[in-house]
Design a protein around this ligand. Structure first.
Ligand SMILES: NC(=O)c1ccc[n+]([C@@H]2O[C@H](COP(=O)([O-])OP(=O)(O)OC[C@H]3O[C@@H](n4cnc5c(N)ncnc54)[C@H](OP(=O)(O)O)[C@@H]3O)[C@@H](O)[C@H]2O)c1
Length: 294
């Protein structure tokens, strides 16, 4: 298999790249500003750069793990320029696996199955622009893209775990830091998400790259979702940290309407779990395993 990982210097992309490499695949990867040995520095917003790179590789499968890299980065431009140019620069039979987000789903009534209609944000907040950029890409990939018939869109929730460099993701690191401070802190009990362990998601993407029969939109992650509060408690349980330090709070209804907070974007992941050998552990199980290994 000749595979290309776009965004191989990122949190998820680095795991996917590493895993494909360890499996003996012929794998190439791109980076942007964070140069890493073995990766090709490509500006996804530069159409000639990308076309030159892909024309020379003619990959069987491309896994898109890129996203805008800072709060105010333009996800729409990344997809309109980078993704569209990528699709036009590879042969028509190329498989494309595009990583999207649970954020495109409505904020009530989770866990959401793949058939649930996505819903764009109406505001101009940073998260709205990111999510709308992803939704634009999902729609383009399913309709106008020349690769519409060979594309799998993988929606996932909050990705957590250690980066290939060993550092925790920012969310977990913040919870560990808060426990270490010895002060009480709070996490929202009514903000429900599917939390996905980075290495398990990478495993699922690598598996999808080798099987040729799953197309369209799929939801990836463990069976049960969590609140941000229960996520913090799982960390405390696994490492025997003082659980009483974390308190629940509720996101108030006015934030839901005024700031367009989507309270419940949990994913129904039963379809993909029934198709793949990759196992998605619950947050409790995963942190307990990690604490034992430490
Ligand atoms: N993290 C989450 O909780 C989460 C949740 C749901 C979905 N997702 C999706 O999962 C995927 C992976 O997310 P992640 O958290 O691993 O992302 P990340 O760590 O922020 O990595 C983003 C990657 O995109 C590259 N990139 C961005 N703009 C670029 C440009 N103009 N030119 C070249 N490269 C560019 C970055 O390269 P450099 O860093 O080298 O510049 C990096 O490799 C994304 O598609 C994201 O939308 C993530």
């Amino acid at each position: 298999m000749n595979a290309v990982v776009i965004g191989a210097s990122g949190f998820l992309g680095a795991h996917v790249y590493q895993r494909l490499h360890d499996q003996g695949a012929h794998v190439h990867g791109t980076c942007g500003h964070h140069h890493r040995p073995g990766l090709q520095a490509i500006d996804l917003l530069d159409t000639r750069d990308m076309a030159r790179y892909l024309n020379s590789l003619r990959p069987d499968v491309v896994i898109w793990c890129a996203k805008r890299t800072h709060e105010n980065g333009d996800e729409q431009a990344l997809n309109e320029t980078g993704l569209c140019n990528l699709v036009r620069s590879v042969p028509d039979a190329t498989r494309l696996i595009f990583v999207s987000t649970d954020g495109v789903l409505p904020g009530t009534g989770g866990p959401h199955g793949e058939q649930v209609r996505p819903s764009p944000f109406s505001s101009d907040s940073s998260i709205a622009r990111y999510t709308n950029g992803k939704l634009w890409a999902e729609r383009w990939l399913q309709s106008d893209s020349p690769l519409a018939r060979t594309t799998t869109i993988v929606r996932t929730g909050m990705i957590y775990g250690r980066a290939v460099s060993g550092e925790w993701d920012a969310r977990t690191a913040a919870v560990l830091k808060a426990f270490a401070s010895g002060e009480t802190f709070s996490r929202a009990d009514n903000l429900l998400r599917t939390f996905v362990y980075v290495d398990e998601l990478a495993s699922a993407l690598c598996e999808l790259a080798t099987i040729d029969c799953i197309r369209g939109i799929v939801h990836a992650g463990p069976e049960h979702g969590e609140s941000h509060f229960s996520f913090a408690r799982a960390i405390a349980r696994a490492w025997s940290l003082p659980m009483h330090l974390v308190r629940p709070h509720q996101i108030p209804p006015e934030d839901v309407t005024e700031r367009e907070v989507r309270l419940d974007t949990r994913l129904n992941t039963s379809f993909l779990r029934s198709k793949l050998a990759t196992q998605f552990h619950s947050v409790d199980e995963r942190f307990t395993l990690l604490a034992r290994q430490a």
